[in-house]
Design a protein around this ligand. Structure first.
Ligand SMILES: NC(=O)c1ccc[n+]([C@@H]2O[C@H](COP(=O)([O-])OP(=O)(O)OC[C@H]3O[C@@H](n4cnc5c(N)ncnc54)[C@H](O)[C@@H]3O)[C@@H](O)[C@H]2O)c1
Length: 258
């Protein structure tokens, strides 16, 4: 029996899918009929999630990959393409944050953050695009942030990395439209994930308070990981067949008020 759902039979590669909003997307995409390869550095969480998905009848595999490493990405994509038999969706969600004044940021920290947040997407796209071109179809979704659109103190490298993702997204959308490939970005506000909670904590400790009151003023409440996953689902689904080179802000009108 063929699977039902908005992603029925779709072959998905998802980076950063072991935790946070990535894990929420893994559960939702699988429930919508997708077959999944999850790339993440968190082996324990990634394997546990895949076991959970498989135990309820979904098809999923975990790949231990540091997405900033070209060799690891190349090998993992090759294995994923073989197991999936192609790829319909690449969701680049893996990323991290450094909370630091620009003048206190080392060259190594700049390089590491840009590698994990931006180079990673170049690497996965470079590895996946030839297969999508051959298929004449494919969808790429990149996780940026509201920090790719607006700037905030102590996050200059993070904001730079998230802005770069938006330009990479547009460039891919333009360069590969002729192959039936779409590429979009998603820009969440603060999400209730390990990343979001650590960021809020570190900003507060560094003298830029981001507590309950500030979150309420900016975006009403914290965004739940499942809300990002549902927005991501809509962007990768056929409902958005004519949407490419765009970004979707998921922040409950925070950016609209700036
Ligand atoms: N949480 C927020 O408030 C927020 C807001 C806007 C955007 N984002 C973006 O969402 C993405 C992830 O955040 P989340 O909130 O779901 O957080 P999270 O920290 O819970 O999840 C991130 C996942 O990425 C994985 N990861 C990190 N570095 C990796 C690497 N080098 N290789 C492979 N996997 C790696 C982690 O192990 C983890 O499973 C990031 O791109 C982040 O910039 C988060």
């Amino acid at each position: 029996m063929s699977p039902a759902g908005r992603l029925a039979g779709e072959r998905v590669i998802l980076t950063g899918g072991a935790g946070g909003a990535g894990a929420a997307a893994a559960r939702l995409f699988a429930a919508e009929g997708a077959r999944l390869c999850i790339f993440d550095v968190d082996v324990e969480a990634g394997r546990a999630l895949v076991d959970e998905l498989v135990s309820v009848g979904h098809e999923a595999r975990f790949h231990h990959v540091d997405v900033s490493d070209g060799i690891q990405v190349g090998e993992a994509v090759a294995h994923a393409l073989q197991w999936l038999g192609g790829v319909d969706v690449l969701f680049n969600h893996a990323g991290t944050v450094i909370v630091r004044r620009l003048i206190d940021t080392s060259e190594e920290e700049w390089d590491r953050l840009m590698d994990v947040n931006v180079k990673s997407m170049f690497l996965t796209c470079r590895a996946v695009l030839p297969k999508m071109m051959q298929q004449g179809r494919g969808v790429i979704l990149n996780t940026s942030s509201i920090s790719g659109l607006t700037a905030s103190p102590l996050e200059s490298v993070y904001c730079t990395s998230k802005g770069a993702i938006l330009q990479l997204t547009r460039a891919i959308a333009v360069e590969y439209r002729g192959y039936g490939i779409r590429c979009n970005a998603i820009c969440p506000g603060f999400i209730r994930t390990p990343h979001g909670l650590r960021e809020m904590d570190e900003l507060t400790h560094a003298g830029e308070p981001v507590g309950e009151a500030e979150i309420r003023a900016a975006q009403g409440r914290l965004c739940e990981p499942e809300e990002v996953a549902r927005a991501a689902l809509s962007l990768v689904s056929a409902d958005m067949a004519f949407v490419s080179g765009a970004h979707l802000v998921v922040d409950n009108a925070w950016q609209a008020a700036t």
